[in-house]
Every structure is written in structure tokens, then in C-alpha cells.
Ligand binder design. Structure first.
Ligand code: PDD
Length: 288
């Protein structure tokens, strides 16, 4: 048992379920040596995975980008997720999946002899954002996006995101909003949305952001709620002048950002577009 992680959940590693303290990978695993791997975080509500198809589609895209042969087909991934949830300490949890290229002699190039990818899965506790945080909202600061040019891959090489998130912590805020060449990209581990005059906008889906699974969902929920929605380049000044700012992720669902760089966003209170999307998001979860 790893100290400080008292959890009855079982994890999966390369074909077997076990306690987390019993799960070991080689120091030559390319995930450890090079960050040569990808991951997914699937939220599970009361035993029901949310947007599982979309998460597995993105998992496939990430594996393809790294040219890692998928260790499982679709049915295999679904079975693995179900098995992890069945062994989870709590029915509302995250399923974390990580696949690396596997273990090989240290060499930057892909191994020339076939290697078996390392497949790891675990569940962690998920306490969905409650009334207090929904009401209070988040604080954010703007920073330069210093990451690489393949942010669309859900890679475990997260140093840029880790350093970005730490800037938020050091500044005493909840999240950063990153800008590349003066245009909005995303948070350290969230997608960011801007509301102006009732229209909801998000940056284009390209190599500069991770297309969150909530990306497609937000578009659907906005359409249902009759909120005009567009994807387009969004300048830093527009973010600063927004009526509302929102963030989304598997872990944060959808939450309002009420201060940006120390200034109130709009009225400084969660707004009407947030309220509509929040209600629609809750309804989707309730319908699972
Ligand atoms: N992060 N952008 C980045 C860089 C992210 O890391 C995430 C999610 C998102 C939102 O994606 P989704 O809606 O699929 O959660 C956007 C996960 C939760 C994490 O790394 O823990």
C-alpha cells in the first residue's frame, strides 16, 4: 500500500487486477523515461461512465498519433472500464487509463523489435463540484502558453501543463487561462469558454488545444438551450472583456470563472449562460 493513499480500489496493470501498492512498472518503461504514452480520464457517476464512446474515440486518436498499436479493441476497453468500476471503492469515480509504448533499452527512436505496450488503469474518488463552488466560482489568471505544438494529443508528457497549473497555485487562484500569440488556447487542464452578448464562444479545435470531451457536449447543450455558439480565434482582450467565462473538464464538469487577473468577470457572479449549461449538464448526468 502506498502511504497516504488508503483506497480499497483495485488497479489494473498488464492483464491483472491488484492493489495499487503491488503495481510496478520497469524503470525502462518509455512512459517513465520519455513520457512516451497517452492517457484518458473518464468520469463515472454512480457506476455509469459518462461520454464513454467519446473518451474511447479520443484514446484511439491519441494511440494513433503515437503509432502505438491499440492493446484492446472497443469491446475490450469497455470491459476493462467496467471491471475497474466494479472494483472501485466508490461508484462515483474517475477511470484513469494510461498506455505507454512499453519497456525497451533507452533510445529516443521507437524500438525496432516489437514491444508490448504497458496498460495501466485505476479508479480515483470523484466528488462532483458541489453548491458552494458552483456559487462561488473560480478565479483565473492569464499566462503565456509555453507548451508544444501537439496539445491535441492526450499525452502523459504534461510538464508544460504541470508548470502552468503551478503558476495558478503560486498566484493563489484556481486555474490559468493560456494565450498563444495573444489568442486563447485553454486552461492547464480545462477548456475555456467566453460569453459576450449572449453568444458562447470557444477557440477552434486544432493542435493548440486538447479537444475536451466536454467540447462536443457544450455545443450540444448550447444548441438545446438556444444559446448561440461559435468556434473562432478569441483574442486576450475579448477574454478580459467577457460577460462570462466558463471552464469545463471531466473533473470540474462546467464551472464559472468569476475573476480574471484580479478583476471581476462581468458582474463578478455566475451568469445566465453558465446557469443554463449547468442545468443541462446536470440533466445529462441525471439521465445516465
Ligand atoms: N484534463 N485541456 C487539457 C489540457 C486537459 O488536460 C483537459 C482534461 C481538458 C478537458 O478535457 P475533458 O473535457 O475531456 O476532461 C482540456 C483531465 C481531466 C486531466 O488531465 O486530469
Amino acid at each position: 500500500m502506498i502511504t497516504g493513499v488508503p483506497d480499497e480500489s483495485q488497479v489494473y496493470l498488464n492483464g491483472a487486477f491488484m492493489r495499487i501498492g503491488e503495481a510496478h512498472v520497469s524503470v525502462l518503461d518509455r512512459g517513465f523515461i520519455f513520457g512516451d504514452g497517452i492517457y484518458e480520464v473518464v468520469p463515472v457517476y454512480n457506476g455509469h461512465a459518462f461520454r464513454m464512446k467519446e473518451h474511447l474515440d479520443r484514446l484511439d486518436r491519441s494511440l494513433k498519433a503515437l503509432r502505438i498499436e491499440p492493446p484492446f479493441d472497443r469491446a475490450g476497453w469497455i470491459d476493462l472500464i467496467e471491471q475497474l468500476v466494479a472494483r472501485a471503492a466508490q461508484p462515483t469515480c474517475f477511470v484513469y487509463l494510461q498506455i505507454t509504448r512499453g519497456v525497451a533499452k533507452r533510445d529516443h527512436a521507437f524500438p525496432t523489435t516489437p514491444v508490448v505496450p504497458t496498460v495501466f488503469g485505476m479508479t480515483t474518488a470523484f466528488v462532483p463540484p458541489g453548491p458552494a463552488v458552483r456559487e462561488k466560482g473560480m478565479a483565473a489568471i492569464g499566462i503565456a502558453d509555453e507548451r508544444w505544438l501537439h496539445c491535441e494529443i492526450k499525452s502523459v508528457s504534461l510538464l508544460g501543463n504541470v508548470l502552468a497549473k503551478q503558476q495558478a497555485v503560486d498566484a493563489g487562484v484556481d486555474e490559468v487561462i493560456q494565450f498563444r500569440d495573444g489568442f486563447l488556447t485553454e486552461g492547464s487542464s480545462t477548456n475555456i469558454w467566453v460569453v459576450k452578448d449572449g453568444t458562447l464562444s470557444g477557440p477552434p479545435k486544432n493542435n493548440l488545444i486538447l479537444e475536451g470531451i466536454r467540447y462536443g457536449l457544450v455545443a450540444e447543450l448550447a444548441a438545446e438551450a438556444g444559446i448561440p455558439f461559435e468556434m473562432r480565434p478569441i483574442g486576450q482582450a475579448e477574454v478580459a472583456a467577457a460577460d462570462e467565462l466558463l471552464l469545463t473538464s471531466a473533473t470540474k464538469e462546467v464551472l464559472p470563472i468569476v475573476t480574471f487577473d484580479g478583476q471581476p468577470v462581468g458582474t463578478g457572479r455566475p451568469g445566465a449562460v453558465y446557469a443554463a449549461l449547468r442545468a443541462a449538464y446536470d440533466a445529462r448526468i441525471a439521465a445516465l
